[in-house]
Write a protein that binds this ligand. Structure first.
Ligand SMILES: *[C@@H]1O[C@H](CO)[C@@H](O)[C@H](O)[C@H]1NC(C)=O
Ligand SMILES: *[C@@H]1O[C@H](CO)[C@@H](O)[C@H](O)[C@H]1NC(C)=O
Ligand SMILES: *[C@@H]1O[C@H](CO)[C@@H](O)[C@H](O)[C@H]1NC(C)=O
Ligand SMILES: *[C@@H]1O[C@H](CO)[C@@H](O)[C@H](O)[C@H]1NC(C)=O
Ligand SMILES: *[C@@H]1O[C@H](CO)[C@@H](O)[C@H](O)[C@H]1NC(C)=O
Ligand SMILES: *[C@@H]1O[C@H](CO)[C@@H](O)[C@H](O)[C@H]1NC(C)=O
Ligand SMILES: *[C@@H]1O[C@H](CO)[C@@H](O)[C@H](O)[C@H]1NC(C)=O
Length: 916
């Protein structure tokens, strides 16, 4: 049947009789490209939400308006209907503006979902043996080893040319740093990949995913295996590209394990190719490409002929040498050949480039530039070649690219995620402890630098980093234009997403945001708030650039507080430096993306996902599942809590990306906070000395907001995903919902005992009889609690009403008058901060209890908070330029902004607009 043309409406429900006469409700959803129709697409995965009750999991099939589609379920509603799906589309030469994805069903439920017929012409073939996984996309065949040190054994084009082989990881480290130039006693190590296993996704028709796990193993010397890695290779039908997601976990000792080079290397067969038909291409700035041949025949004293020169410049095979001017062709032995090329990007501001004829001879400088695109190609006009590109190359400096042995039969390309030309990576603490050897001293130090220090807690052991690398295969040297396009593709891989209206209607990501410009009942002037939201997004985008918030570990984070005297963010002052998601700027950015569909906001939030979940959180060791409070080093602060690692910050990305597998892993890790709490007592420094507390898995003394909510977000995701622990996760959430309201004062209790074996809650040790105790902190509900609970209530409206009421009471009373608090709880809550940030709780209860009087209170809290960490309509809402000798580099300053305030204003603004 013909589909109705979708004009502006994003959601069309059509009832029609299918071939079997079934009266099937269909849902057609338009998906669009984030940054407009891309010049090239090597295959894409994206995610779509579905409203509850619409499409039964086993009775729905999905089709795309153009071409083949591979579909899978990434989340379920509790009634067994589909909540989120992932979809993969093949690579295509002619990308269309967007697609319409149609869900058809429910059918009769006996046709297993997605067991569709694919036309053989355009699907992937995978083969698996005991030692290898092979994937044929139609354009390339890539083989992945299940053991040994070579991860990618070969990449062949459909014409049978092997254009890349021996793809492997490389790591260099050293046992010390020659601070004073004395390098004696320092040991140097070289590591290769050692593979544990390689698996391929079950259904691999349009997209195959090969996952390889392993560790780095010393080639020589006595270093233990370390730096575990996970490599994920995504291959799409009809594509000559491989998207690679590279994750490492740092499990060294910061005092003796200094990484001095981390990379991926591929060999490129070149035998049989004339040296003057071998091409080197390296991406520069603004789409620029270096054009070089291993043996250049341009610019020589004798001209071989224009056709020859043009062919070489364009990367085409040069005409037969009989057509060359013999003055050149007889003298080629005197023209040097360039074996090695090296680009180094040691800062976000500049790269150097050089080449040499061979080892032992001097390097020759090639004029460099500012920010390299991060892609290198090596190959020949007839033998073909390989390009490898690292996403965010300059943003994650120090990086480099090596092309080696280009004049031999087998050259190689190395992408350095950490450049061996840089100083070794130093993860030691930045100060020596300053004598803070008791809790008393540590708390006193907190009073001055705002840093919460404790020895042994300032460890990078267990932090991770994920990078994206694209590998492109060619039968012959591609045009520079193609490589330029692929450089853009590497840095901004095309993203497909559904329209905000549609996502909103499904209620799969909460009820607390609406689409920008949607009709509103509010009498408030939302236009000025919208302009302030835009201002804040623009401000942070500019600050990232002006303040150079870039680097291997830093890219994706923003800073926390501002030093108005120095006109400088407090990068060096304790708890004011890196923000580590404090008060949820992540949620502000994601919600702003959801309601606008703006590409710049998406890219901001995406980088944050890749930072916070990796660098600010732990993946190994005692702290697994917890994150680190804001500080000078992302891992330095001694406060390790679930409020930083909470997956509610990563959830929009996880589902919109079609279930990004790395992010999926992070969600599973967040569940492990339950074990970490036995080892790490979050309140060890501030506990009432009268309370003897011994962490016990069945009675963990937790704050509902800064601790439990992070695990709750992970449990909800696990339930939705039907992950390996989903029934346990669901049961724990429901047990929490049943037992939490039994605390006499519900959420106002603040801290109570959580049983991590069944999810139940009991009164705190300070109030064993449950007489009612009040611990209200301004911090409890500013780390995604409202958002997590709302998503839970939307997911399962059948949840204990008493639980919902307990939450709505908290929302009501936090900002209520002292008299109202005292009337309800016996005493008032004392002085509380973050009134503006909490206006969204008031708006939430106003909305859920349909109370117009409360709407007024919410707006009053939002617009006229006079505490610190708020932004008001009276603030300047402009920046001031500083330059000249006042500052290191010219900057736009807004000294009235703290990131706490920006995050809360942004989030509360969005939620008030939606809820009132
Ligand atoms: C779908 O069908 C399979 C096989 O019959 C069954 O195991 C699974 O539970 C069903 N899933 C849902 C969500 O109904
Ligand atoms: C369900 O539908 C499939 C495909 O239309 C059909 O082959 C099958 O017989 C149906 N089963 C029942 C129980 O109606
Ligand atoms: C691969 O090896 C790692 C490390 O031993 C292990 O944790 C993981 O479960 C293995 N994966 C598979 C699919 O066997
Ligand atoms: C031309 O190329 C052939 C092989 O490609 C080589 O044998 C011959 O020496 C070359 N002629 C000149 C003049 O260099
Ligand atoms: C992990 O926790 C255990 C138990 O508290 C402790 O003995 C051990 O020292 C901790 N390990 C590290 C590396 O801190
Ligand atoms: C709590 O209530 C019990 C019995 O209701 C009473 O005996 C006890 O004194 C109360 N404790 C506090 C701290 O008020
Ligand atoms: C609505 O909110 C007002 C202001 O806080 C309160 O006095 C009133 O009791 C609330 N009404 C209902 C029905 O909850």
């Amino acid at each position: 049947m013909a589909w109705p043309v979708l004009a502006s409406a994003s959601l069309v429900v059509i009832n029609f009789k299918d071939a079997e006469g079934c009266d099937c409700p269909n849902t057609a959803v338009k998906v669009n490209w984030l940054e407009g129709t891309p010049k090239t697409s090597t295959g894409t995965t994206f995610g779509l939400p579905w409203a509850r009750g619409k499409h039964l999991a086993n009775a729905t099939s999905f089709t795309s308006s153009s071409g083949e589609l591979q579909s899978w379920i990434t989340a379920f509603w509790p009634d067994g209907t589909i909540k989120w799906t992932g979809h993969a589309i093949a690579a295509s030469e002619s990308t269309t503006d967007g697609y319409t994805i149609t869900a058809s069903g429910p059918g009769n439920g006996t046709t297993p979902h997605f067991k569709r017929q694919y036309s053989n012409s355009s699907t992937i073939q995978t083969t698996e043996s005991s030692d290898e996984v092979s994937v044929n996309t139609g354009k390339i065949t890539a083989s992945f080893a299940k053991s040994g040190s070579t991860v990618v054994s070969s990449i062949k084009t459909s014409n049978g040319k092997t254009v890349g082989q021996n793809g492997r990881l490389v790591l260099k480290s050293q046992s010390g740093i020659a601070d004073e130039g004395d390098a004696s006693g320092i040991e140097y190590f070289n590591f290769v990949s050692k593979i544990y296993n390689a698996t391929v996704s079950e259904e691999s028709k349009i997209r195959a995913l090969v996952t390889v796990q392993g560790v780095h193993h010393a080639e020589a010397g006595s270093h233990k295996d370390w730096l575990p890695f996970t490599l994920r290779f995504y291959l799409y039908a009809n594509s000559d590209a491989i998207r690679t997601v590279h994750t490492i976990i740092y499990d060294g000792d910061a005092k003796s394990d200094f990484i001095s080079g981390l990379g991926i290397r591929f060999d490129v067969p070149l035998a049989g190719e004339e040296l003057f038909d071998r091409h080197v291409r390296i991406a520069g700035t603004d789409g620029g490409i270096l054009h070089e041949a291993v043996q250049g025949i341009t610019g020589l004293r004798r001209d071989p002929g224009e056709a020859v020169r043009t062919a070489q410049y364009n990367g085409e095979k040069t005409p037969a040498n009989s057509t060359w001017d013999t003055k050149t062709s007889t003298r080629l032995q005197w023209v040097p050949t360039w074996n090695d090329y090296r680009l180094t990007q040691l800062s976000a501001d500049g790269f150097n480039l050089k080449k040499r004829t061979k080892e032992g001879q001097s390097w020759l400088k090639i004029p460099g530039g500012t920010r390299a695109g991060g892609l290198a190609y090596l190959g020949g006009a007839t033998v073909g070649g390989l390009a490898v590109g690292l996403r965010d190359f300059w943003k994650k400096y120090p990086t480099s690219l090596d092309i080696s042995n280009a004049a031999s039969d087998e050259g190689s390309i190395t992408i350095w995620l950490y450049s061996p030309s840089a100083e070794p990576m130093d993860l030691r603490p930045y100060h020596d402890g300053l004598g803070e050897d008791t809790y008393e001293k540590q708390l006193d130090a907190l009073q001055i630098t705002y840093e919460d220090y404790e020895e042994r807690y300032n460890t990078p052991y267990g932090i991770a980093r994920t990078n994206e690398v694209f590998i492109y295969a060619f039968d012959s040297t591609p045009t520079a234009e193609t490589l330029s396009t692929l450089t853009d593709h590497t840095n901004e891989p095309p993203v497909l997403f559904a329209e905000p209206e549609y996502i909103k209607e499904t209620r799969a990501l909460g009820s607390y945001w609406n689409v920008k410009g949607a009709p509103s009942n509010s009498s408030t002037d939302t236009a000025s708030i919208e302009s302030h939201l835009d201002f804040l997004i623009e401000f942070y985008r500019n600050q990232i650039e002006q303040r150079r918030w870039y680097g291997f570990w830093d890219h994706g984070d923003i800073m926390h507080g501002y030093d108005t005297d120095r006109h400088q963010w407090k990068y060096d002052i304790g708890g004011y430096a890196w923000d580590n998601s404090e008060l949820s700027p992540d949620l502000f950015f994601w919600n702003q993306f959801l309601r606008t569909g703006r590409a710049d906001v998406y890219r901001l939030a995406e980088a944050q996902v890749r930072h916070g979940g990796e660098v600010d959180s732990y993946h190994l060791g005692n702290f697994t599942g917890l994150g680190t409070r804001h500080g000078v080093q992302h891992w330095g602060d001694s406060s390790k809590q679930g409020r930083i690692s909470t997956p509610v910050y990563r959830k929009p990305f996880y589902y919109l990306s079609g279930g990004d597998e790395r992010t999926g892993d992070l969600v599973h890790e967040a569940l492990k906070a339950e074990q970490a709490w036995v080892l790490v007592d979050a309140r060890r420094k501030v506990r009432d000395p009268g309370v003897v507390y011994k962490p016990d898995p069945t009675a963990l003394y937790l704050n509902f907001g800064t601790d439990w909510a992070g695990v709750a977000a992970a449990q909800l995701l696990e339930w939705e995903r039907r992950g390996p622990r989903w029934e346990e996760a669901r049961d724990k959430l429901l047990e929490t919902a049943k037992t939490f309201p039994k605390l006499k004062f519900g959420f106002v209790t603040g801290e109570a005992l959580y049983n991590s074996e069944d999810g139940s809650w009991a009164p705190p040790p300070t109030d064993p009889n449950n007489n009612g105790t009040i611990t209200v902190s301004h911090l409890s509900s500013v780390f995604g609690v409202l958002e997590t609970l709302d998503q839970l209530f939307e997911h399962y409206p059948e949840i204990s009403k008493a639980f919902v009421d307990a939450w709505l009471d908290y929302c009501y009373y936090y900002g209520a008058s002292k008299a109202e608090q005292a009337a309800r709880y016996g005493t008032d809550f004392g002085k509380l901060n973050l009134r503006q940030g909490h206006s969204r709780l008031t708006a939430y209860v106003a909305n859920k209890r349909n109370n117009a009087t409360l709407v007024q209170r919410a707006w009053d809290e939002f617009l006229s908070d006079s505490n610190a960490d708020e932004l008001s309509p009276e603030d300047p809402w402009t920046t001031v330029k500083f330059n000249g000798s006042k500052v290191l580099t010219p900057v736009d300053e807004a000294d009235w902004i703290t990131t706490n305030a920006a995050a809360l204003y942004g989030l509360a603004g969005i939620e008030l607009i939606a809820l009132t």
